[in-house]
Design a protein around this ligand. Structure first.
Ligand code: AKG
Length: 229
């Protein structure tokens, strides 16, 4: 059943007032990596996932790799302040305005971390076939001094990390099951030294939504959308 948006205008799923922030996270540290994990951090994650299904403009983007064009294996939406263009894998994302539910979650994440984010990538994994390949969030327009805050809703999926120099086929040294309101923060310099992925899980039919809050440096973006380091 759909959720009535007008019921949640001031307080509701994701608002900073709905449940406490400030509990200590689990800290994971390795050479070149620092993660903070709050399990089941967001109250009412299913209600928030319902809101996001309704109010976000989900897109099926196409990317071109090695001269061939493919649909991205997930739905996405890029949200942010004006001027926060983001380009990855040759895809220049159109900025969508913050929606009410996302604004509430953003305020809650910011209250927890003491960081102001100006942009967000939303990923919607429709089922276990949707996935995200190995990569780091290290594009030149992203502020390398800022953390990336990743909030997961819906069914849990494996989130894996490996140092950049390890071969792709090997066992990932770090793996977490993320869903159901879990908040994972990747602190600098993690993106410099480690890659991450969400692999396929073919027998899974359920959906997962992930939000990664980021800090873009608008001053680094040229008029054509490319960026300077
Ligand atoms: O879905 C996830 O947990 C990760 C998303 C992510 O890494 C990204 O958008 O760069």
């Amino acid at each position: 059943m759909g959720v009535q948006l007008d019921l949640f205008q001031d307080r509701g799923p994701g608002s900073p007032g709905a449940g406490a922030v400030g509990a200590p996270p689990e800290l994971v540290e390795r050479p070149g990596l620092r993660l903070r994990l709050w399990s089941r951090w967001l109250p009412e994650p299913e209600a928030m996932a319902d809101l996001l299904r309704q109010e976000v403009l989900w897109k099926q983007e196409l990317i071109t790799l090695w001269g061939r064009t493919h649909p991205l294996p997930r739905l996405t939406c890029w949200m942010g302040d004006p001027g926060c263009t983001y380009t990855y894998s040759g895809l220049r994302n159109r900025i969508e305005a913050w929606t009410p539910a996302v604004q509430r979650v953003k305020a809650r994440v910011e209250a927890e971390l003491g960081v102001t984010f100006n942009s967000l990538l939303l990923n919607r994994y429709r089922d276990g076939r949707d996935r995200l390949h190995w990569h780091a969030d290290d594009e030149p327009e992203l502020d390398p001094r800022a953390p990336i805050a990743s909030l997961s809703l819906g069914s849990a999926r494996s989130f894996r990390l490996r140092p950049r120099h390890t071969p792709e086929g090997g066992r990932s040294p770090l793996a977490f099951e993320l869903g159901m309101g879990d908040l994972l923060v990747m602190d600098p310099p993690t993106q410099e030294h480690w890659l991450h992925q969400v692999p396929q899980r073919l027998r899974l039919n359920d959906e997962r939504i992930n939000l990664t809050f980021r800090v873009i440096r608008p001053g680094a973006i040229r008029p054509d959308g490319s960026a300077d380091r």
